[in-house]
Design a protein around this ligand. Structure first.
Ligand SMILES: [Zn+2]
Ligand SMILES: [Zn+2]
Length: 354
């Protein structure tokens, strides 16, 4: 494979909104000065992929769309100006592949909050600098600017590392920002793809971790992943017993929540951080906020420096995602199982089967 010209990659794409994914060919751009051509080995399946192919996040998407923003692979070839990577390096690509590079957030390494003209350029379903739609990781290879590529440490297996590029950093960033660590009590709402990473990372940071899940069905898993406590939110006694307990609560679910009840679980100065995106706006009463100087906040993935920091942290602590490896043609079935919360805890596509 030479990348002096455009290259063809096979990929799994949704040809139209709500249509099942099917195998198609996509064109990847010729290697630019600072581009890296990556042989994709694994791609995680994120709930956002499903929202996108089902056009649940608004109109205007371009089809066909190749989802996938949890990408792990190996560098095949680099452009002449590339200094950070060489052929054979183990690398990852997360939720975005470019940004304006000039705004205050980009200069500060917070590319996910880019306020420039391009905004954050998503790994798929966005418009690249070449004016063409970006196509994601359910694919044999991808071309990405070296400044938006991450290094995957040798200690991390590539398949279990893939989900770190979205689920890992989405939970690491708020845990780091709100200082989860020894002496701090952290609650994780929901034990799915995001939640299971939140538990592992918060535990590795030294925090006391509690899972708040609808039922006790996954309790054994939660404790195995590193939780110290596990409570069912379907039991009203949970909210009485845990009132005023936590420094930080990460809400990883997209369902409607009674935010007042959850804010009541925070200590004075505690923060409830929203990571999932419910369909409807959520109501927040003032009383649970003012009585305890509590905060209701949000957080979106992480910037490039923090994503690298997260990968290095996970390698140092020997943690990665719990995955179910699938063949590419199983992707539609996997989507149904994600929607039924029937995955422990992330599907990863073996790109060799594309
Ligand atoms: Zn994602
Ligand atoms: Zn920017």
């Amino acid at each position: 494979m030479t990348a002096q010209t455009t290259t063809t990659a096979y990929a799994y794409a949704a040809p139209a909104p709500k249509a099942p994914l099917e195998r198609i060919a996509v064109e990847r751009r010729a290697l630019g000065e600072h581009d890296v051509l990556i042989d994709i080995k694994y791609a995680g399946i994120c709930h956002s992929d499903i929202h996108t192919v089902r056009a649940e996040w608004g109109e205007g998407g371009t089809f066909p769309v190749v989802p996938g923003h949890e990408i792990a692979g190996v560098v095949a070839e680099v452009g002449p100006g590339v200094t950070r990577y060489a052929a054979g390096d183990r690398v990852g690509v997360g939720c975005f592949v470019d940004s304006c590079r000039e705004c205050e957030n980009c200069r500060g390494g917070l590319q996910q909050y880019c306020t420039g003209a391009t905004g954050m350029i998503g790994t798929y379903a966005a418009t690249g600098r070449d004016g063409k739609p970006t196509q994601g990781g359910y694919s044999q290879h991808i071309v990405v600017d070296e400044n938006y590529v991450l290094r995957i440490p040798d200690a991390l297996p590539l398949d279990a590392a893939a989900p770190l590029l979205c689920a890992g950093v989405t939970t690491y960033s708020p845990l780091a920002h709100w200082q989860a660590g020894p002496g701090r009590k952290v609650a994780v709402v929901g034990l799915g793809g995001l939640g299971h990473m939140a538990v592992k990372i918060a535990h590795a940071m030294g925090a006391e971790v509690t899972v708040l899940s609808q039922s006790l069905r996954k309790k054994d898993d939660g404790l195995r992943l590193g939780a110290d406590h596990y409570h069912a939110t379907s039991d009203p006694a949970t909210f009485e017993a845990l009132a005023g307990s936590f420094d930080l609560i990460l809400n990883t679910v997209s369902a409607d929540l009674d935010l007042g009840s959850y804010l009541g679980l925070l200590k004075t100065d505690g923060t409830l951080v929203q990571l999932g995106v419910p369909e409807r706006p959520q109501e927040v009463g003032a009383f649970p906020l003012i009585s305890g100087r509590r905060s209701y906040a949000g957080s979106l993935i992480g910037g490039i420096p923090e994503t690298q920091e997260m990968l290095d942290f996970c390698a140092a602590h020997g943690i990665a995602a719990d995955i179910e490896l699938i063949r590419a043609e199983q992707v539609n079935e996997a989507y149904e199982r994600v929607l039924a919360s029937d995955v422990r805890y992330r599907f990863v596509i073996d790109a060799a089967t594309i």
